[in-house]
Design a protein around this ligand. Sequence first.
Ligand SMILES: [Fe+2]
Ligand SMILES: [Fe+2]
Length: 170
Amino acid sequence: MEDPTIHEFLHIIASLPEPYKTKVQTMWDIFGDDFQIMPASNRFHSNFPGGLLVHTVWTIRIAKFMYKRFKAMDSDLGQGLDFKLDEAIFILVLHDFGKIYEQTITPYRDHVTWIGEMLNKAKIGLTEKQAHAILHHHGGYGVKGSPPTKLSTFVHTCDNWASMFLETVV
Ligand SMILES: [Fe+2]
Ligand SMILES: [Fe+2]
C-alpha cells in the first residue's frame, strides 16, 4: 500500500491547476525518488528519512487552514489577499526541494541557494513574486534588500508553524 503521506502529496499535486501542476509534476519526476526519502533537517524538525515530505505536507495543510480563515475575515485583510491559495501551495511544494542537494552535495550550500539550480535543471520558470517567496521563505524584513510580500510572509508563516510548532519535539 502506498505511504499515506506520499498519497496526500501526490493528491495535492494532482489537484493544482495549470501551470502549477505540470511544473511540480516535473520536479517530482526528476527529484521525487530523493525527495521522499530525505529528512527535513538533521537536527531540528522531521529529522528522519521521509521527513522532508512530511514537513512539506504539513506546510500545505496549514496553508489551507489559514487561507480559508483569512478569506472569511470580514476585514480589509480578508479581501485584500493578492495571491490565490493555489499559488501559495505551488510555492510550498517547491520551497524546500533544495534540501536534497543541501544534504547530498559537497561543499555545503544552503537549500535556498540550491533551489534555483534545480528549477533551471527542470526548465521551470517562476514569476518574480514566486521566486521571491521561495528565496524569502525563512522570513525577515528586507532580506537581501527586498521587502516581504503577502505571499512570502504567508509561505514563511506556514513553514514556521510546520517546522517550529508541529514538528519540533522540545
Ligand atoms: Fe527552508
Ligand atoms: Fe520548510
